[in-house]
Design a protein around this ligand. Sequence first.
Ligand code: 6R9
Length: 660
Amino acid sequence: MSSADAPTEYSLYPPPADAVARAHVSGQAAYDALCAEAEADYAGYWARLARELISWKTPFTQVLDESDAPFFKWFADGTLNASYNCLDRNIERGLGDKTAIVFEADGGEVRRVSYRELLAIVSKMANGLKSLGVKKGDRVVIYLPMGVEGVAAMQACARIGATHSVVFGGFSAQSLRDRIEDTGAVAVITADQQQRGGKSLPLKTIVDEAIALGGCGSVKHVVVHKRTGADIPFDASRDLWLADLVAGQSEVCEPEWVEAEHPLFLLYTSGSTGKPKGVQHSTGGYLLHAALTTKWTFDLKEDDVFWCTADIGWVTGHTYITYGPLALGGTEIVFEGVPTFPDAGRFWKMIQDHKVSIFYTAPTAIRSLIKAAEATEAVHPKNYDLSSLRILGSVGEPINPAAWEWYHKHVGGGRCPIVDTFWQTETGGHMITPLPGVTTLVPGSCTLPFPGIQAAVVDETGKDVPWGQGGILVVKKPWPSMIRTIWGDPERFKKSYYPADFHGKYYLAGDGAIRDPKTGYFTITGRIDDVLNVSGHRMGTMEIESALVSHTELVAEAAVVGRPDDTTGEAICAFVVLKRPRPTGDEAKKIANELRNWVAKEIGPIAKPKDIRFGENLPKTRSGKIMRRLLRSIARGEAITQDTSTLENPAILDQLSQTN
Ligand code: 6R9
């Protein structure tokens, strides 16, 4: 959303009385009191919550340590175990027989797993990993589909103090290889195949390809979960079946108590340079915010059925599938498939079948389901009983007011507050979000900071800008679940998030924002760096450019920009100079397709450019810099109004404006 789309006329949705009545944080006064508590004693506020929500093996005495800023430490002398907090603790509280996970497979089969059963699965897996020599501090790459095993594998790593790094199943062998190499993982846990939308994807074969690409010498074991039973290549010296690994293992595995700062996981995300960053999260502070935001933002209660539709390959799946809901003893849905299979009514049918009460999804999914419902009456949510719903959530990108209104009316029946949660891989959990029993909602705004989070909009010098004026989104104080560093690259961490030339003290989110002149509500105006948001997935333009130019036979030069797209939010638009004459017509189409497939192979299908335009050159300044702002206008089909006087080769603009 651009600032021009920021809401000027309000549709206001005050919190429904029943939501206020039952909410953990109930009413404006309760919210104000929490903010005031954090204001008066910042460390004391977080310490109180950390004691209330987390079970510590050794209680902490230190809260926030700023001595090595911006490498902040939280609760540093406390010890805990994330898996203990999510499993054993709930069983000790009498929730052993409660359903932890309702798994629904792509084909519709349902499997329920209680807390007691999940603990047994996790413990056996943890013991299995230990038997392979995996120990505290080792990294384990997880390349698994959505399923009980995916969640359990993450929990098993946490149980033994191994740091997991989940790689989304849609990433290519090359991307997987890069992540394995960067983490130095000792083991990879994968499946024979992934099953989504009726199609299977050969995960194990992709792991083999990744390892064959080289640089993965650290990997001693590849553990394979049998998902479909397909015939797959198997190297007995390195590969073993998960079932064989856990057979005969004890269902009891004493948790490894780790320091609060111990890295729970690494998760790679795109930045503004070519190489994805391994975002490192802590155990204590991260788990606190995962549990706290699940409790307050989603108002999760004993009898709720929570469903976050994200994949465990993204941070949303980490915080709001693997950790947050389980830390609170909740019941959650884990879904293997896609929203459009067998038809675009799948989400609505699942909400109906499982009586989902809290539903959390992405604007891109909502927009595509709106289209589908408008085209095919039968998959419209009105055909399903969605009366179990009480809270809806949105994440990953700005939700446009029209999609918000539809979601509110047709999915939420006009009754359910929508929490539009702004946050990032780096923030670990929600940062700016409505609370269902507090906030008057305005479609298109993520409203106000979560209590304790010091979000602000500032100018280039770090000074607050007045409400109503766009600026740079920052967080003024460190918070417990923040990124600790970039794995193996602390300098890049500092440069990316606490750049000295900006204002060394504030966390720089990388997004622009504007606050409403009357309410102070935040609206996110989009990334201010070279990062695109395509269907809620972060993609660095440089990453895609590097992938294109790595096709050395065809591509001489490439520049990638984003343009708005009705369904995916932003679309990837690539301008390419070939090492052969500029193609037109069918030839251009053929080469564009080849390049799309090339990018899918290099990064993954999510990175495929929607538009590819060929030029004999790119618009450059006399000093040779590509003028991306011109390319952005061309990609949007806008007339060029910018100053082109510094342009070396103005004629190129016409050529690039033509679609092939
Ligand atoms: C959780 C997640 C982070 C980027 C972020 C911003 C965009 C996420 C948003 C939102 C507007 C929201 N973003 N939630 N923009 N409103 N509610 O998505 O993490 O994949 O790291 O992406 O997504 O641009 O900077 P991640």
